[in-house]
Design a protein around this ligand. Structure first.
Ligand SMILES: *[C@@H]1O[C@H](CO)[C@@H](O)[C@H](O)[C@H]1NC(C)=O
Ligand SMILES: *[C@@H]1O[C@H](CO)[C@@H](O)[C@H](O)[C@H]1NC(C)=O
Ligand SMILES: *[C@@H]1O[C@H](CO)[C@@H](O)[C@H](O)[C@H]1NC(C)=O
Length: 461
């Protein structure tokens, strides 16, 4: 009888969370379409001037110093998208407009940290994406991906380094990319070094995995396989079918990033689809997608190869929307937490690792992982901790840590849920500007290796 009740509760929860996620996805998608249509209408009927589109190019050609500025690259997280996807919608809620030289690459919304890091390199440097021979054989996808005819920063090298800002999984993508640069892992670019990256800032970065992956359907036993009935299974079916149907305009609008798995109906036919659905092929079968990388075990696997480099500047914003009342961790507010996250905040604050399953690492304690932002545990966002703790410093007031020292993970804890600083700018209010202004100002004024850069609005010294 009790068993039945638990099953019923489980299904109700699954139904509710699928429903909430679907509605939210649909809401984002339809607001993107609506935004696009209204923009097209404006351009067509109200301001039919072709110059509007070229504003950016115009600016870059008239200010000669602009190209000497290293770009700040904003890297999206799970379900994210870059400039050009979802019409005019901005994952970073328009923060990219705060500086003259910001890039927002599109790296696939569900692809693995590895595949995103490879993609990001070629997006910047230019060329055909090479996922690596060994990796692509092991995970059953093509070795080569799309071609970036012109890189977005072809002059990128040690003397022209880049600032990276990563949200959520984007932070791990940047760390892995930096490690690949240090390891000289790109064929034909043998002189890469870790110093091609000057700074890494993370917003709610997932350095040590999250217990939410288990709530959504990853198995706590291995952090790699999925529970048979779960939100992630529904997501898996949806993605396979979306990629298989392969409607070009829809995929141009939003892409999960699995093109290198050849899941289109034109390439694998109906038998291929059945094979994928049965779990014999594709990213979900080989585990080359983002969720396994976000489990605690997956993060330990990734982290065991990732270093903190002595000449790179690191700064993390850690989000948290829980607090302790009489020793019990609970959501800190009902109204300030996004409805998409509220149930998860509550569940994560009550998370217990199953007692019949080995803990993900020695010394694991449930109470360390209870504070969270609805998607990630606060412990995971401060700095890389597992399997070994990296140098770090807690920051209360940002003016206390100038000048920043390289090689140390500074972190600041702020009240907010996981999507407080993305997609919708109004939710964070004045905090939104405070955070992004501080990030961009740090990149432009306080973080440099040799001489301070010349800002476009300052006279040349
Ligand atoms: C995917 O298709 C391309 C050609 O369209 C082919 O070159 C590649 O080898 C295929 N990859 C896999 C993993 O089947
Ligand atoms: C680094 O590689 C690039 C392109 O592969 C080359 O143009 C450049 O001269 C190399 N620099 C050094 C110091 O080897
Ligand atoms: C988090 O990851 C870092 C490595 O990036 C590691 O040193 C640290 O021990 C990890 N912490 C936890 C709690 O897993």
């Amino acid at each position: 009888m009790i068993r039945l009740w638990i099953d019923a509760l489980h299904f109700t929860e699954l139904f509710l969370s699928s429903f909430v996620h679907l509605v939210y996805g649909f809401y984002i998608f339809s607001s993107a379409v609506a935004g696009d249509l209204s923009q097209a209408f404006h351009r067509r009927f109200l301001f039919p001037s072709p110059k509007v589109e070229n504003k950016q190019d115009f600016a870059t050609t008239t200010i000669p110093n602009l190209h000497t500025l290293p770009p700040i690259v904003l890297v999206h997280g799970i379900f994210g998208f870059g400039q050009g996807r979802l019409g005019g919608l901005s994952y970073f809620a328009g923060a990219e407009k705060k500086d003259d030289r910001v890039l927002v690459p599109d790296l696939g919304s569900l692809t693995s940290v590895h595949d995103r890091a490879r993609e990001l390199f070629y997006y910047l440097k230019g060329g055909r994406v090479d996922y690596g021979e060994e990796h692509s054989k092991a995970y059953g996808h093509s070795q080569f991906g799309r071609v970036y005819e012109l890189g977005h920063y072809p002059e990128w090298d040690e003397d022209h380094p880049i600032h990276f800002v990563g949200h959520s999984a984007g932070a791990q993508v940047v760390r892995l990319l930096q490690q690949m640069l240090a390891d000289k892992a790109f064929k034909g670019h043998e002189n890469t070094t870790e110093n091609w990256v000057i700074s890494i800032t993370s917003l709610s970065g997932v350095f040590n995995g999250t217990t939410r992956t288990y709530l959504d359907g990853m198995q706590p036993e291995d952090g790699r396989s999925m529970k048979p009935i779960s939100l992630l299974q529904l997501c898996r079916l949806g993605v396979i079918i979306y990629d298989w149907i392969d409607i070009p305009w829809l995929k141009a609008y939003y892409n999960f990033g699995f093109d290198h798995f050849n899941m289109s109906r034109k390439k694998m036919g109906i038998w291929g689809l059945l094979d994928c659905l049965k779990g014999n092929s594709g990213p979900f079968a080989s585990g080359d997608w983002i969720l396994p990388d976000l489990t605690i075990q997956g993060s330990i696997r990734l982290n065991s190869d990732l270093q903190t480099f002595p000449d790179t500047y690191y700064f993390n914003y850690v989000t948290k929307c829980t607090r302790k009342i009489l020793g019990v961790t609970v959501p800190s507010s009902i109204f300030r937490i996004h409805p998409l996250f509220f149930i998860r905040v509550l569940q994560m604050s009550q998370w217990r690792h199953p007692s019949d399953v080995a803990p993900p690492y020695k010394g694991y304690r449930d109470e360390d992982w209870q504070d969270n932002d609805g998607a990630l545990n606060t412990i995971s966002m401060t700095h890389p901790r597992f399997p070994v703790e990296h140098p770090n410093r807690h920051v209360v007031d940002e003016s206390d840590c100038k000048p920043l020292e390289p090689g140390i993970w500074y972190y600041k804890v702020i009240e907010g849920d996981h999507i407080m600083f993305i997609v919708n700018r109004e939710r964070a209010g004045v905090q939104f500007d405070l955070i992004y202004d501080a990030i961009f100002e740090r990149c432009r004024k306080h973080v440099f290796r040799k001489n301070p850069p010349t800002l476009p609005n300052q006279p040349h010294p």
